[in-house]
Ligand binder design. Structure first.
Ligand code: SAH
Length: 224
């Protein structure tokens, strides 16, 4: 690895380990408990997933613009959704709908053996793919498609995470869960969204409401 690359990974000043540790303390205060999740988040260079002009804000607990009207998710939300999916189950294979910056995908790739991720905006997906190469995250498979349909020919998944909010549950997603699998998804109209956790046990799906959230909308079709 070149020294330029390693210093950009390690970070300085507002991207340094000290700044990252402050974010981890805040996540702990907000009741994120899974040490594996916290460790991975303290090591992941979130500043590489945002525009350079925003890198000094990369370790604040906020979502940030990534272009095309989309945002990189708030670190607390990434931690919460990841923790809920991993809690009490062994996840071998996960599907993410909405790659966006690739930050959530990268976090998952350090915790789950195989990560599938779909994105409907081509330039965002290409940028994320470049990050995965740069960081040598070789267990991520991506697809340029409308993830409202999931990724049927790679199903079933032990977990599905949706990082954009539909108004109602896309029917195709539940059917792609393995028995015992979990789906975490924000749903509802702008300003009225809530995060839901579905747990499949045999032919039954248990639904739990987690908390109020604010995500960009899940949209149909693809953009070149
Ligand atoms: N996990 C991402 C979140 C990005 S915002 C991150 O932390 O960076 C949500 C993303 O979902 C956007 O990139 C948006 O283009 C994408 N998205 C919205 N509807 C989608 C759909 N139907 N299929 C695939 N991706 C979708």
């Amino acid at each position: 690895m070149s020294s330029v690359m390693s210093s950009s990974l390690t970070g300085v000043g507002m991207t340094s380990q000290r700044t990252r540790n402050r974010l981890i303390s805040l996540l702990k205060k907000n009741h994120i408990k899974n040490d594996k999740v916290l460790n991975v988040m303290s090591e992941m260079p979130r500043h590489l997933f945002v525009d350079e002009a925003l890198s000094s804000r990369a370790y604040e607990n906020i979502s940030l613009p990534i272009g095309h009207g989309q945002t990189i998710s708030q670190p607390y939300m990434v931690a919460l959704m990841t923790e809920l999916l991993l809690e009490g189950s062994h996840v071998n294979k996960i599907l993410e709908v909405g790659t966006g910056s690739g930050y959530q995908t990268a976090i998952l790739s350090k915790l789950v053996p195989t990560v599938y991720s779909v994105e409907r905006i081509k330039p965002l997906l290409n940028r994320a793919r470049e990050k995965f190469r740069q960081l040598r995250l070789n267990n991520i498979l991506t697809s340029y498609s409308d993830g409202g349909w999931g990724w049927p020919n790679k199903a079933p998944f032990d977990a599905i995470i949706v990082t954009a909010a539909p108004e109602t549950l896309p029917a195709s997603l539940l059917g792609q869960l393995a028995d015992g699998g979990k789906l975490i998804i924000p749903m509802g109209k702008k300003g009225e969204q809530e995060l839901f956790l579905f747990h499949r046990l045999g032919d039954k799906y248990h639904k739990k409401t987690i908390e109020k959230v604010s995500f960009v909308p899940l949209l149909k079709g693809k953009i070149d």
